[in-house]
Design a protein around this ligand. Structure first.
Ligand SMILES: C[S@@+](CC[C@H](N)C(=O)[O-])C[C@H]1O[C@@H](n2cnc3c(N)ncnc32)[C@H](O)[C@@H]1O
Length: 378
């Protein structure tokens, strides 16, 4: 049987399953789901084995909001012997196909974490043996196929492949980011991951640059502001709560204690200029170009946050936005679909992308930007 194996955050298997079923059907690929609750793995067993390749080639992984990583199976679950596991895997693969990379994977559970140590050890002789048979080339990683070995125990594995141009660069789709000790909160990793995920490396120099202006709604204590400051941006941080002193000392942050739903960049800045300079008669209107970035991590109903984003983009207040949408409700996938439809209708001139990132919990991250030519971005 051929199946698509999908990795998601444990607890989100239902959303991940509903999404692949729906999006595979767009390609007229049908099958049935097998879900192991809280294991972070979903199987989509295909009615037609040839649909595996079709889905991998035609459905971009980035369109799957709740899937971190995926592969098409080459084998069912194989029972490995206690000894000569490497030989058994090599034999199972044969020498017909070549792979540009090997990923040793496990379920994202506590048992899986213990197993990953075993996988790291086994990876060394397995890589050697596959190289020797010229099955693992380690060339053209972006174009070639990636070999996946998903271990359920030391003696049970499923083998499969994904395509190098439609796969996550991280094992199990999990980027391991280092928590910066100078950040005032762990939330910082969410924005760090979002920038890495949504902004391709070659575009970072003009989409995330020093000197840009940003607004951070729901900023306190400052984990997201920290990521903007770190990239040299000038930030207006909106929150009634206190911001970390270390950030205020950089001189790059203005803290405004107002409601993030009422803050309007140009109007408010004029008001503060009047108050801070105490010159009521003549006020220089600050630069009226939009801010480059809006980021928002307010804990609020996602419908309200999406309305706010629509307001910012219809007013032309920002060029790009990264927003966290909290999803405490039961029907998460339906809610997200409704919100994205609303965005699409309200902002036809915008591009958006949504992903349940690794450092997200009961929430997803959304990128919105105008559909503009690269040369017009700055
Ligand atoms: C999850 S915390 C933000 C953490 C922050 N991103 C960080 O990295 O440190 C949510 C914040 O949103 C703020 N908040 C909630 N509703 C708000 C509103 N209407 N206006 C401004 N801030 C709001 C809260 O005060 C809280 O500090």
């Amino acid at each position: 049987m051929t199946s698509i194996v999908l990795y998601c955050r444990p607890g989100f298997e239902k959303e991940c399953g509903a999404e692949i079923q729906e999006k595979a059907a767009w390609l007229e690929a049908f099958g049935y789901l097998q879900i192991a609750k809280n294991e972070g793995i979903v199987f989509y067993h295909l009615n037609n084995p040839e649909d595996g390749e079709k889905i991998m080639a035609k459905l971009p992984l980035k369109r799957l909001i709740f899937t971190r990583q995926w592969f098409v199976t080459l084998t069912d679950k194989i029972a490995l012997p206690d000894y000569n596991r490497v030989e058994a895997i090599v034999e199972e693969l044969g020498s017909e196909w070549q792979y540009a990379d090997l990923r040793m994977e496990t379920p994202d559970t506590n048992d899986g974490k213990a197993l990953s140590k075993f996988c790291r050890k086994l990876a060394v002789p397995l890589r050697q043996a596959l190289r020797k048979k010229k099955v693992l080339t380690e060339k053209n990683q972006h174009e070639g196929a990636v070999l996946h070995a998903l271990f359920f125990s030391g003696t049970e594995v499923i083998l499969g492949y994904s395509l190098g141009n439609n796969t996550s660069p991280h094992v199990m789709g999990i980027p391991r980011l280092k928590f910066p000790s100078a950040s005032p909160s762990r939330s910082t990793l969410k924005l760090d991951e979002a920038f890495l995920y949504f902004i391709p490396k070659e575009e970072r120099e003009y989409r995330l640059c020093s000197g840009m202006k940003a607004v951070d709604l729901g900023a306190a204590p400052g984990g997201w502001t920290y990521q903007l400051v770190r990239r040299g941006m000038m930030v207006t941080s909106i929150d009634n709560g206190p911001m970390a002193e270390s950030l205020m000392e950089t001189g790059q942050v203005k803290h405004r204690m107002v409601d993030g739903f009422k803050y309007e960049p140009i109007k408010h800045e004029i008001y503060w200029l009047v108050r801070e300079t105490k010159k009521r008669e003549k006020v220089n209107i600050p630069d009226q170009t939009p801010v480059d970035w809006l980021v928002c991590d307010m804990i609020e109903k996602p419908q309200r946050v999406v309305d706010l984003i629509i307001h910012w983009f219809t007013q032309g207040y920002c060029r790009e936005a990264i927003v966290n949408l909290k999803l405490p409700m039961a029907k998460k996938y339906d809610t997200v679909k409704g919100l994205l439809d609303k965005l699409k209708d309200a902002l036809p001139n915008c591009y958006y992308e949504a992903k349940h990132l690794y450092y997200d919990r009961d929430e997803i991250t959304l990128l919105v930007k105008y559909k503009v030519h690269r040369d017009n971005q700055r």
